[in-house]
Design a protein. Structure first.
Length: 90
């Protein structure tokens, strides 16, 4: 039984092994790049989590702010009446 390969078969095997190595290296590089992007996105999400908590605390009393905004016209009218009574030109 002869187990030797012909010269052209050996060349084909070498080419296939080199191509396989190139593909493996490319996959490793692309997966590393993907991992870096995911880590970047994750750190950004954690940063936005703090911002979201700040927004939530700022809007905790939104009903009070809306009530004040609704009464601003009344406050302006009252201030104008006080100004007229005091003789201040507005």
């Amino acid at each position: 039984m002869v187990l030797a390969l012909a010269a052209n078969e050996t060349t084909f095997w070498e080419i296939y092994l080199v191509l396989g190595l190139v593909v493996i290296i490319a996959v490793i590089a692309l997966l590393s790049l993907l991992l870096a992007f995911v880590r970047s996105i994750e750190s950004s999400v954690h940063g936005w989590g703090g911002v979201a908590q700040g927004v939530a605390s700022n809007t905790a009393n939104i009903k009070v702010a809306l009530a004040v905004a609704d009464s601003l016209d009344e406050i302006a009218d009252e201030a104008g009446r006080h100004a007229r009574l005091l003789g201040v030109n507005v």
